[in-house]
Design a protein around this ligand. Structure first.
Ligand code: NI
Ligand code: MN
Length: 230
């Protein structure tokens, strides 16, 4: 069964059958990072939900280190390729088989750009990442607002074994909206992400997981570095 390690903020490591992949590898500069750049295991794939710095993070450097493809929307992948990364450019709604599993990029309601000294570079649409590895489905919602198609995804692509749901508010859903997202997706396990890294997104994640548990659901607060087999 795949193992998820929450690495702080939205960064998640997935290990299975001797292979590793990472989603949103914001490590250097992440005050809640559970590991250093050097401690990231050799990667077979890097997934990005969007181009903001707290998600793009160290993706290019890790891709160059491991010759691992960055899998993301076409524009974001293209920006990374210009910096020397290996990439697989996709777009929202598409599915790609990467050999030991498949990924589908799902819509997310947010924005996506890369900030430079000249302003903002368009980085394609923001996405969620649905990953199936060893027959288990993980859905990383990225940075998203609440929207009703989350219910469609739960119905069409479920059962979702684990959903990683942002709860920080301010830039994404807060706890109330995240609870509605959980109700719509109906994952077997829920894990809160994107909170407490910076002052505007400070939250008590047990307010999210506690409400799910009251309703008979399974939810886990993972401290940075903690693992969940799903
Ligand atoms: Ni963002
Ligand atoms: Mn973010």
């Amino acid at each position: 069964m795949p193992t998820l390690t929450f690495c702080g903020h939205s960064c998640c490591l997935i290990e299975s059958g001797g292979k590793a992949a990472i989603i949103d590898p914001f490590i250097q500069g992440n005050p809640r990072a559970s590991l250093t750049f050097e401690k990231v295991p050799p990667l077979s794939a890097i997934f990005l939900t969007h181009g903001h710095g707290d998600h793009l993070g160290d993706a290019v450097a890790l891709s160059r280190r491991d010759q691992a493809p960055i899998i993301a929307t076409y524009e974001l992948a293209g920006c990374c390729q210009m910096q020397g990364a290996e990439v697989i450019g996709m777009n929202v709604g598409g599915r790609h088989d990467f050999g030991w599993g498949w990924v589908k990029l799902l819509p997310a309601w947010h924005s996506s750009s890369i900030q430079t000294s000249d302003g903002f570079t368009y980085a394609g649409m923001p996405t969620g990442v649905l990953l199936e590895i060893e027959g288990k489905k993980l859905y990383h919602l990225g940075d998203t607002a609440l929207f009703s198609d989350l219910g469609l995804f739960g119905r069409l692509y479920g059962p979702i074994d684990v959903a990683l749901i942002p709860i920080g508010d301010h830039f994404t859903m807060g706890i109330e909206d995240a609870l509605e997202a959980w109700r719509m997706i109906q994952p077997l396990k829920a894990v809160p992400i994107h909170y407490t890294t910076f002052p505007p997104i400070t939250q008590d994640p047990t307010r999210f997981t506690g409400r799910i548990q009251e309703q008979g659901g399974e939810a886990h607060v993972l401290n940075p570095g903690e693992k969940l087999v799903y």
